[in-house]
Design a protein around this ligand. Structure first.
Ligand SMILES: Cc1cc2nc3c(=O)[nH]c(=O)nc-3n(C[C@H](O)[C@H](O)[C@H](O)COP(=O)(O)OP(=O)(O)OC[C@H]3O[C@@H](n4cnc5c(N)ncnc54)[C@H](O)[C@@H]3O)c2cc1C
Length: 277
């Protein structure tokens, strides 16, 4: 994973398997897949930006989910690397967009970059990637596995002020945090998306100003969100901050908050979700 200070906090659900039960292109840049199955009865939903390792079938029915470890820590990763490349799933990181405990169903919003189709030959990345093209194929009925990784966002005790920024890959995380914040929270949220139609209802507390940025096609992903972050008006007192998305946004955002705004390092959760070429 690229630069990050997010921890595997409170991740208690081990490996669960599920099946894709719904698949829909919800906007120009997003596909929403719903996954369900008995395994999700054990899923411990934490809300906010809870994320997980998603094991994606790249060898059809021959994909072996049963040989993955319950935890995807260093040991689990090293074990994964020893599995036969031809039948091990691809592993990517995704955020819980919504969880319905009664239905045992979890929704995931995928950015559908690189829609060329994956070659599916092995668990390595093709130039177009694995997860984006796989989601874009609307893979109804395919099996997946999820390994819970917990939340990256860490609310700072004693403040309900937030500063959140992300690009489209972090839209599920930022909207998840907005959904689960105390209703009297205040602050700012910035979400950059490629297309105006990618905007989604934010469900934010009234006191959090949500700014959507529709990226100029000539801009680097995340650059406009970073500019908006650096342009925010001054605020008083401590904040809980979260910056995620393209690597430059995550690291530049953290640098700005810590160096220019004096935010305590420990109050800034940041994560490079992907790296532009
Ligand atoms: C904690 C965490 C949570 C995340 N949650 C989500 C989520 O809910 N939804 C989501 O869509 N992504 C999310 N991501 C980002 C996702 O894991 C990456 O985008 C991942 O690289 C996608 O895998 P892939 O197989 O499609 O592409 P890869 O094989 O990783 O990369 C192939 C090529 O695609 C490019 N690429 C990768 N991602 C993008 C992108 N978003 N836009 C444009 N080009 C890209 C790369 O630069 C590379 O050139 C999350 C990442 C982390 C770390």
């Amino acid at each position: 994973m690229p630069a990050s200070n997010i921890a595997v906090a409170h991740a208690t659900t081990g490996l669960v398997t599920a099946e894709v039960v719904s698949a829909e292109r919800i906007s120009p840049s997003f596909v929403r897949l719903g996954v369900a199955g008995d395994g999700l009865a054990d899923w411990r939903h934490l809300g906010f930006d809870q994320w997980f390792r998603l094991a994606i079938p790249v060898a059809g029915d021959a994909t072996r989910f049963d040989r993955l470890s319950e935890r995807f820590d260093m040991r689990g990763y090293l074990r994964y690397l020893t599995l036969p490349r031809a039948t091990r799933p691809a592993i990517r990181n995704y955020t819980v967009r919504a969880f319905d405990a009664a239905a045992g169903r979890l929704d995931i919003d995928f950015v559908v970059h690189g829609e060329g189709g994956s070659d599916g030959a092995a668990a390595g990345a093709s130039a177009a990637g694995i997860a984006g093209p796989w989601a874009a194929s609307l893979p109804l009925g395919e099996r997946v596995a999820l390994i819970d990784q917990g939340c990256g966002y860490r609310p700072v005790a004693g403040t309900d002020r937030v500063v959140l920024a992300g690009d489209e890959s972090a839209l599920p995380a930022v909207l998840g945090i907005l959904r689960d914040l105390p209703r009297d929270a205040v602050g700012h949220a910035i979400v950059e998306v490629p297309d105006a139609a990618d905007r989604q209802p934010a469900g934010a507390p009234d006191g959090v100003d949500v700014r959507w940025i529709v990226r100029d096609p000539g801009s680097n992903p995340g650059a406009e969100a970073l500019a908006a972050l650096t342009g925010l008006p001054a605020w008083e007192g401590p904040v809980s901050a979260f910056v995620a998305g393209e690597q430059q946004l995550a690291t530049g955002g953290r640098r700005h908050l810590v160096n220019d705004r004096g935010v305590d390092r420990s109050a800034v959760a940041f994560c490079g979700y992907w790296r532009a070429k």
